[in-house]
Design a protein around this ligand. Structure first.
Ligand SMILES: Cc1cc2nc3c(=O)[nH]c(=O)nc-3n(C[C@H](O)[C@H](O)[C@H](O)COP(=O)(O)OP(=O)(O)OC[C@H]3O[C@@H](n4cnc5c(N)ncnc54)[C@H](O)[C@@H]3O)c2cc1C
Length: 376
C-alpha cells in the first residue's frame, strides 16, 4: 500500500492520538490531529509507562524525550493499610524486548508535552471540537463545532471515554460508573514522611480504599492518589477535606498526615467510569484507539499504556497490509482480545464485603458480579 498518499485525520490529542500521529507520520502518511481544547492540560498525577510502551518509544526514536522527564523504576509493592508488606514484584516485561527496558514513572503533564513535542510542526490543530463524523466508505468526513470540515482516507478516533466517533459509528452505550472516586495530587517528596525511599510504586490497601504513592524523583515530587468506593456518580464531584480524611481512616499515620496536609484546591477529584467492550472498532475508513475503544478502570495501570500499544499496532498493520480495510481488521484482531481482558480484570478491584458496605443491595455496573480481590 502507498502510505505517502494516505490522508489521516486523528481526533483527540491525548496519549492515544499523539502516539498514533507520531507512529503514522513515521510511515510517511499525511497526518493532522484535531483537538477540542485550545490549550493542552493534564491532570496533576503520575503514571507508570511499562516496558512495552517504552520499547515503542525506542522504535519511534523518542525514547530519550520520554526518559528525560521520567524516572526508571524496578518494582512495585502492595502493602496493607498499616504499611505491612503483602507483595513485591519486579515490573513485568523488563526482559521482553531486544534491550532490557524498565518501567518509567512520569507526570501526566510531562508525558503529553513530550509526545506532542515530537510531532512535526503544524500537525496539531487546537480548538477543533468534533461534532459529527460521516463514514463515506473509502473515506470519512469530520465536521467541527467552528463550522469547518475535513475529509480523510482514514479517521482515527482517539477522543477518549466520551468519544463522539464511537457514539456515532460503533456504540451508543453510556460509560459505566465504577462505584469509586479518584482523588489525585502531586506533592513534594519532602512531605511524605519518608514513605518514598526509592523509585518504586507502592499501593496501600485498606477496606474500600487504595492509596498509591508514585515517586517522581526527577521532579522532587510524588504522585499521591487515593481511590475510594463512593456512591456519588457525579463526573466531577464536590468533596470536603473531611470526606478525604474519612477514606484513609485506619491507615498508617503517615498516610493520614499526608492526607491532612493536602491542599484540597490542588486535588483532582473525579468519579471513575469505564465502558463495556465495544464489538467493532472500525469501518473501512474510521478506527478507534485508546479510551475511545476500550476505556478501562485504572486498577491495573494499563489505560494509557494500552493507548500507546494501540498506536503501535495500528501503524504496524498499515505498514504490513495491502489495503486500509485489511489493516484495520488486523489491528482490531491484534489488540481487542488484549484490551477485552484488561477491561475485565481491571473491574476486579474490590472484595464482595467492601462493595456491600458501600452499596448495600445495589451495586453499580462496573463492580457488580466482578468481585476479584481477596480481603487483605
Ligand atoms: C484515576 C485514573 C488513574 C489512571 N492511572 C493510569 C495509570 O497509572 N496508567 C495508565 O496507563 N493509565 C491510567 N489511567 C488511564 C489513562 O488516563 C487513560 O487510559 C488515557 O488517558 C487514555 O488516553 P486517550 O488518548 O485514549 O484518551 P484521553 O486522554 O481522554 O484523550 C482524549 C483527547 O481527545 C480530546 N477530545 C475529546 N472529545 C473530542 C472532540 N469531540 N473533538 C476533539 N477532541 C476531542 C480530549 O480533549 C483529549 O485531549 C488512569 C485513569 C484514571 C481516571
Amino acid at each position: 500500500m502507498q502510505l505517502s498518499n494516505l490522508k489521516i485525520a486523528v481526533v483527540g490529542a491525548g496519549y492515544g492520538g499523539a502516539a498514533a500521529a507520531k507512529a503514522l507520520s513515521l510511515l510517511g502518511a499525511q497526518v493532522d490531529v484535531y483537538e477540542q481544547a485550545s490549550r493542552i492540560r493534564e491532570v496533576g498525577a503520575g503514571i507508570g509507562l511499562r516496558p512495552a510502551t517504552m520499547d515503542r518509544f525506542r522504535q519511534w526514536g523518542i525514547f530519550d524525550a520520554v526518559a528525560g522527564v521520567s524516572s526508571p523504576s524496578d518494582y512495585f509493592e502492595i502493602l496493607d493499610a498499616g504499611a505491612r508488606p503483602m507483595l513485591k514484584e519486579v515490573w513485568p516485561g523488563t526482559d521482553a524486548h531486544a534491550e532490557p527496558t524498565r518501567t518509567h514513572l512520569i507526570h501526566r503533564g510531562d508525558f503529553i508535552d513530550a509526545l506532542l513535542g515530537v510531532l512535526p510542526d503544524g500537525m496539531l490543530h487546537l480548538g477543533h471540537r468534533l461534532e459529527t463524523v460521516t463514514d463515506l466508505g473509502d473515506r470519512a468526513r469530520l465536521a467541527f463545532a467552528d463550522g469547518t470540515a475535513v475529509e480523510a482516507d482514514l479517521v482515527v478516533g482517539a477522543d477518549g471515554i466520551k468519544s463522539v466517533v464511537r457514539r456515532a459509528l460503533f456504540s451508543d452505550k453510556e460509560p459505566v460508573f465504577s462505584g469509586e472516586h479518584a482523588y489525585r495530587a502531586v506533592i513534594d517528596l519532602a512531605d511524605t514522611h519518608g514513605m518514598c525511599p526509592d523509585d518504586n510504586l507502592r499501593m496501600y490497601i485498606g477496606r474500600g480504599t487504595k492509596v498509591y504513592l508514585l515517586p517522581l524523583r526527577h521532579r522532587g515530587q510524588v504522585s499521591f492518589d487515593i481511590t475510594a468506593l463512593c456512591p456519588d456518580d457525579t463526573w466531577a464531584p464536590r468533596i470536603t477535606h473531611a470526606d478525604l480524611l474519612a477514606t484513609v481512616a485506619g491507615f498508617d499515620e503517615r498516610i493520614v498526615a499526608m492526607t491532612r496536609d493536602l491542599d484540597l484546591g490542588a486535588v483532582n477529584v473525579r468519579a471513575v467510569y469505564d465502558i463495556d467492550p465495544v464489538e467493532r472498532w472500525h469501518t473501512d475508513s474510521v478506527v478507534l484507539v485508546g479510551d475511545a475503544a476500550h476505556s478501562m478502570l485504572h486498577h491495573q495501570g494499563q489505560g494509557a499504556n494500552s493507548a500507546i500499544e494501540d498506536a503501535g499496532a495500528l501503524a504496524d498493520a498499515l505498514r504490513d497490509a495491502s489495503s486500509v480495510p485489511e489493516a484495520l481488521a488486523a489491528y482490531q484482531a491484534t489488540r481487542k482480545p488484549v484490551t477485552d481482558e484488561l477491561q475485565r480484570i481491571s473491574r476486579q478491584g474490590w472484595t464482595e464485603q467492601e462493595i456491600d458496605d458501600v452499596f448495600p443491595g445495589q451495586k453499580p455496573g462496573a463492580v457488580a458480579g466482578n468481585v476479584g480481590r481477596q480481603a487483605p
